[in-house]
Design a protein around this ligand. Structure first.
Ligand SMILES: C[S@@+](CC[C@H](N)C(=O)[O-])C[C@H]1O[C@@H](n2cnc3c(N)ncnc32)[C@H](O)[C@@H]1O
Length: 372
């Protein structure tokens, strides 16, 4: 049976390597999200809106079980508030299988799993939102949106999931389909609905499959930014090809990025931008030499100013980096004489939290040389 037929017809289908990479990314993100959210709030919710049957034919768990296990096996579990896990799946046979899988989880007073009656996400979003928020608009809610196609999650629906101030959405972005079909007749309507605008159009001109897929994902992130949302993306690849799809996180809070970025860098220590099953298992071929060009460029643009650590750390997070990269980039600039810590005067490490850094341009160094 071909893959398409298998996904369309069978209740439970075989897993594949890229699904494992997607689940790894989920697990790293969930580990951090749970530690932050469930130790701060008495209750939070995860909505798995395209839940699937909860298991793959060859044995691996499906996403609802991955989420439940991330909770039950978390090292800080005993300090956690309550987690509601709300699942929706369109097909009745998959719902039955998912309920069977959920029933096999160890009972835990802290974990409340609800598998809704079968239904379509677009029709049930309002009901899921009410179940998730439980009458509290500011309840932290993480939405996982992992459909099979781009029609199921128009931009308007992503926005509805972001209505609460602590709502976050982690969704599958169909970069490959966009790349393949963007020039087909009448496909532009589907693209407009998917992006909530025609911001995707400039990406069509980009040459090369990998670059164009990144350009689509970038355009989507720009659209999120227009709605004052922060975002991060990670490419899920098959062997050494360009991204098959992206995972995109949309969040209101920088704290979301402070979980997302480390997860991305764990799976791809070189660029933090994407991984396949082959690369995720590779030893670090680059000896920890992460590509920090974008950060380096941003820091150089501060020439002539002094910046607080908090602002620099925030800027690094928004560019997809973690504090470790910020320190590396600052050390490199300092070695060129272009960055100097001005506060505190004494510190056990070069770039402590709370420090203030003054930046210079290469021309400033030339001035000094001229006077020698
Ligand atoms: C990619 S699979 C989900 C895999 C699962 N998230 C995992 O990682 O193990 C998508 C699932 O969503 C279901 N589905 C498709 N369209 C849907 C819709 N509009 N609403 C809810 N579920 C839908 C499919 O039947 C399928 O089981």
């Amino acid at each position: 049976m071909g893959r398409k037929k298998e996904l369309a017809e069978k209740t439970v289908w075989r897993s594949d390597p890229h699904t494992q990479v997607k689940h790894l990314m989920y697990r790293h993100y969930l580990h951090c999200w749970m530690a932050k959210i469930l130790q701060r709030f008495p209750e939070a919710t995860i909505v798995d809106a395209f839940a699937g049957p909860g298991v793959y034919q060859d044995g691996p768990p499906g996403s609802p079980i991955v989420i439940a296990r991330a909770f039950l096996e978390h090292t800080a579990y005993r300090r956690f508030g309550k987690l509601n896990l709300v699942c929706l799946e369109e097909r009745p046979d998959r719902v039955t299988e998912l309920r069977r899988q959920v029933a096999r989880l160890p009972a835990s007073p802290g974990l409340n799993v609800q598998v809704a009656e079968p239904g379509l996400f677009a029709e049930r979003q309002a009901e899921l939102s009410a179940l998730a928020h439980r009458g509290k608009a500011d309840m932290p809610v993480l939405w996982l949106l992992d459909p099979f196609d781009l029609k199921s999650v128009p931009f308007s629906l992503v926005r509805r999931c972001m209505a609460g101030r602590r709502d976050e959405v982690l969704f599958t972005f169909f970069s490959n389909e966009l790349h393949r079909f963007c020039q087909r007749e009448h496909y532009d309507k589907a693209m407009d609905t998917y992006f909530g605008s025609d911001l995707w159009r400039s990406a069509v001109q980009v040459k090369g499959a990998g670059a164009r897929k990144e350009a689509f994902a970038e355009a989507y992130e720009q659209m999120l930014a227009r709605h004052r949302l922060l975002s991060g993306r990670f490419g899920i690849r098959i062997s050494n090809q360009s991204a098959r799809y992206h995972l995109i996180l949309a969040t209101h809070s920088e704290a979301g990025l402070k979980c997302w970025n480390p997860a991305a860098w764990k799976l791809d220590g070189y660029t933090g931008r994407g991984a396949s099953a082959a690369t995720v298992m590779q030893p670090d071929l680059f000896g920890g030499q992460a590509v920090v060009d974008r950060l380096d460029e941003a820091l150089r643009s501060h020439a002539g100013t002094a910046q607080r650590w908090s602002a620099l750390s925030s800027e690094a997070a928004r560019l997809g980096f973690v504090d470790k990269h910020l320190r590396t980039a600052l050390t490199k600039l300092a070695a060129e004489g272009l960055a100097i810590r001005v506060e505190p005067v004494k510190a056990p490490t070069p770039w402590p939290e709370g420090c203030i850094v003054r930046f210079y341009a290469p021309e400033d160094l030339k001035l000094e040389e001229a006077e020698d």
